[in-house]
Each structure stands twice: as structure tokens, then as C-alpha cells.
Design a protein around this ligand. Structure first.
Ligand code: CMC
Length: 426
């Protein structure tokens, strides 16, 4: 709470309404509008452009300055100096782990990485051509059936085991989804491999063969996971909080987050980027594609450009661009035609007045899509990988919410439908 107050005067109400202001550590302070309902009003903020839906200590974003901090640490530093599991520990616990804590955490995640046979069988029942996000969503929801009886969301220890299960099993499930689409045998988790290398082995490895994972690719994948680990109250995280606020099973709440992530305006953008590049087909077609994106009547947008919060640059995109260059060099793919289109598109959009004036910069999905394509991950799997990395963020927000007092989420509305009327008598 600060000493400052906001004063709201409304036509027809004599007194000004005094609203408390709460201080943030960094970023805008917030005006508490909860008392407004007493005066017969709701606040109106479609898309929650200026609504703080909760108090949180996990992640801070300054979209104008291009800043992203997890528990205070800049994403650029975590991406270069940390690894994914350490970042998970940080998000979950608020502090970086000691070496012993890191070791214990890693061991617990590995211990909980095997998926129950019933869920593995469920994955096999889907049509091979099903979208991987549809299967992943169902598989995570199915974990709710496995663990429902033993979860006590009011118990910190029970919640901790849920975190290990989610972080441990999401790569196993993601790899199963891929293997199923290929009609290949599932590969069991390998405790001797690091988190990202284990995921790559379960995805691309062959049953009965020793793991053979490139260190550069494993490092790039680990970085993709770090860069997607959390992003404060975005659509999918807000969904997990809203869903979890009813007291539902956390695996079910995370499945709701996965559903939200799937959309092309959110996590589905990385898949849309590659589809767009394939549609463009060659460098000569870029100009007309950019012209279409600028024409409002076309309904077409440049996928991988723009962000709801970042109106300067996406700090994750900077690191991802560097990783992208490293991976392409390692794989000798700098001159691959699709990637040449991506580079030229990026250059044109960065120089074009339309994109400059609207502050539409390449976002994290623009580069992550290119890296994943280079690594050989099929386009439909891109959003699954985003979901894999983001699972820790969803869980951390759910855990933060249920660890303290919270209310069921219940937004209000401005009703503009028909006034009350009588059903016609026959
Ligand atoms: N291409 C062309 N024009 C665009 C684009 C784009 N990608 N993005 C925004 N605009 C224009 C839009 O038409 C509007 O123009 P005007 O002011 O003349 O009406 C202006 O820029 C502002 O757009 P907005 O829709 O009000 O912006 P928003 O903050 O609501 O939307 C966004 C953000 C990410 C949904 C949007 O930029 C977009 O659709 N981008 C493409 C999809 C994409 O890459 N999404 C991934 C986001 S990053 C991953 C994640 O964190 O989930």
C-alpha cells in the first residue's frame, strides 16, 4: 500500500470515490478498483490491456524497455549462464539453487519422468495425423485421472510432487506425441542425459540404439526451453490461474493452459511463422507478402512480428536470434532457401515504416520457429515445445496462487443484449 490515492469522480455521484494505490517493486503501481461495484459500476477493460489480475513475485516485464526478469534475474543472463532446470528451480522457489539443491531437484525431476502406461496407451489411440497439441492437451488432462486422489492442493509437499511430475513428464509426453505421429516405438527417459538431450533422444532416438544427441542442438533446445519458461500473466498463464482458482486438479488447469497456448496469436505463432515462410516460397514474393500484411482489408498479419506487451523489442528474440545463427552455422544451413526468406523478411520488416511506426519487431517465435525447423522438428510440434518449456511457468503461477488466499476468478461484463422481455404466449 502507498500513501497515494486515486480519486474518481463520476457524473451523478456527489462525492469523489477514493481508491487505494498499491506499490509495485518495479513497474506501474496499481489502483484498487474493487470498491467501484458499491457505486453501481464495473470497470471495462476488454483484453485486460490495463488490468492487473493478481499480485505476483515471479516475473517482471517492461514492454517499452524490452526487459524480462525472472525472480529479478534478466532473461539474457539466464539464457547464457543458467540452464533450464536451474531456471525451473528459480521460478518455483524464488532463489537460485545451491549445487546440492540443484542436484536433488534434477534427481526428483528424473525420478518422476516416466509416464503411466494408461496415458501412453491413450496417446496411441489418436489418429496419427491428429494435431500434436490436441494429443498433448488430452494426455496432460489424463494425468489428472492418474493423480487425482493423492493431490492435496493445500499441502505444500503434495504440490511439490506435482511440480516434479509435470516438469518430469512433459518432455516424455511431448516425445510420445511425436513418435506416435511417426508410427515409431516410444523411447523411455534416460537418466544419464540432461533434460534437453533426454527430450531430443526420446524424440529422435531409435529404440534399441544408444543415444546420439548433438551437444550444440541440445544446448539450443535447452535455451529454447529457458526462453519460454515464463512470461507473467499472458493468455495461457491467466487461463491456468483462472481455471485453478476453482480449486480444480492442477493437471486439468495446465491442460486448459495448453489449449490456450495453441492459438496462432499466442504459442501457435511459431508454427504459423513456418507455414507463412513456406507459403511465401521464394524471396521474390516477400514484397507482396509485406504489402498484404500492411493492407488491413486482407486480414493477413506477418506471423512472428509484434507483441502485446513488447513495444520496443522482445528481449527473448535477441538471444534466440543469436542461438539461431549458431545452430544454422553448426548445421551448415545458413543458405537454406526457407531461412533466406526469413532473413530477408526480417530485414524488410525492420526497415519498413509501417512496422517501425507500429513497433512491430520480430518476436521470440520468429526465431524459435527457424531453429526448430533447422533441427528437424516438424512444424506441428513447435507449439508442443513451447508448452514443454512453459509448463514450469504455468505451474509456478498456479502454485503462487493456491499458496495464499485467493478467490475464484469471476470477471463481470457490460451487458448490451435485449432488456428483460416476456416469452410470447401461445
Ligand atoms: N503484421 C501486421 N500488422 C500487425 C501485426 C502483424 N504481425 N501485429 C499487429 N499489427 C498491427 C495491427 O493491424 C494494428 O494496426 P492499427 O493500429 O492500424 O489498427 C497494430 O499493429 C496493433 O495491433 P494489435 O492487434 O492491436 O496489437 P496487439 O498488442 O493486440 O496484438 C499480437 C499483439 C501478438 C496478437 C499481434 O502483434 C499479432 O497478431 N502478431 C502476429 C502473431 C504472433 O507473432 N504472435 C506471437 C506473439 S509472441 C508469443 C507469445 O508470447 O505468446
Amino acid at each position: 500500500m502507498t500513501d497515494k490515492k486515486a480519486h474518481l469522480s463520476i457524473d451523478g455521484i456527489d462525492k469523489t470515490i477514493e481508491l487505494p494505490i498499491y506499490a509495485s517493486t518495479i513497474g506501474p503501481d496499481v489502483i484498487d478498483v474493487t470498491s467501484i461495484t458499491k457505486h453501481g459500476f464495473f470497470t471495462f477493460d476488454p483484453g485486460f490491456m490495463s488490468t492487473a489480475s493478481c499480485e505476483s513475485k515471479i516475473t517482471f516485464i517492461d514492454g517499452d524497455e524490452g526487459v524480462l526478469l525472472h525472480r529479478g534475474y534478466p532473461i539474457e543472463q539466464l539464457a547464457v549462464s543458467s540452464d533450464y532446470l536451474e531456471t525451473c528451480y528459480l521460478l518455483l522457489n524464488g532463489e537460485l539453487p545451491t549445487p546440492a539443491q540443484k542436484e536433488e531437484f534434477t534427481a526428483e525431476v528424473k525420478k518422476h519422468s516416466t509416464v503411466d502406461a494408461s496415458v501412453a496407451n491413450l496417446v496411441k489411440t489418436f489418429k496419427r495425423e491428429s494435431h500434436p497439441m490436441a494429443i498433448l492437451c488430452s494426455a496432460v488432462a489424463a494425468l489428472a485421472a492418474i493423480y487425482n486422489d493423492e493431490i492435496d492442493i493445500t499441502n505444500a509437499e503434495s504440490r511439490k510432487i506435482t511440480a516434479y511430475r509435470l516438469i518430469g513428464q512433459i518432455p516424455t509426453l511431448s516425445a510420445m506425441v511425436y513418435k506416435h505421429s511417426k508410427g515409431e516405438e516410444f523411447i523411455a527417459p534416460d537418466d544419464n542425459l540432461d533434460y534437453a538431450a533426454n527430450f531430443l533422444n526420446m524424440t529422435f532416438g531409435k529404440a534399441g540404439q544408444a543415444p546420439n544427441v548433438s551437444q550444440t542442438i541440445a544446448k539450443a533446445m535447452d535455451r529454447i526451453f529457458i526462453l519460454h519458461a515464463d512470461h507473467e500473466q499472458n493468455a495461457s498463464t491467466s487461463t491456468v490461474r483462472l481455471s485453478g482458482s476453482s480449486g480444480t486438479n492442477p493437471f486439468a488447469a495446465i491442460a486448459a493452459g495448453i489449449s490456450t497456448l495453441w492459438g496462432p496469436a499466442h504459442g501457435g505463432a511459431n508454427e504459423a511463422v513456418l507455414n507463412m515462410l513456406e507459403e511465401i516460397g521464394s524471396v521474390e514474393n516477400i514484397e507482396s507478402c509485406v504489402a498484404r500484411a500492411k493492407d488491413k482489408t486482407s486480414g493477413f498479419r506477418l506471423m512472428g512480428f509484434g507483441h502485446r506487451v513488447y513495444k520496443n523489442f522482445d528481449p527473448r528474440a535477441k538471444v534466440m536470434k543469436q542461438t539461431c545463427d549458431e545452430v544454422l552455422a553448426e548445421l551448415g544451413l545458413e543458405n537454406e532457401p526457407l531461412l533466406a526468406i526469413a532473413k530477408r523478411l526480417e530485414q524488410i520488416a525492420l526497415e519498413d515504416e509501417y512496422f517501425i511506426s507500429k513497433k512491430l519487431y520480430p518476436n521470440v517465435d520468429f526465431y524459435s520457429g527457424i531453429i526448430m525447423k533447422a533441427v528437424g522438428i516438424p512444424t506441428e510440434m513447435f507449439t508442443v515445445i513451447f508448452a514443454l518449456g512453459r509448463t514450469v511457468g504455468w505451474y509456478s503461477h498456479w502454485n503462487e496462487m493456491v499458496s495464499g488466499p485467493y478467490k475464484i476468478g469471476r470477471p463481470r461484463q457490460q451487458y448490451t443484449g435485449s432488456p428483460k422481455r416476456d416469452y410470447p404466449t401461445k
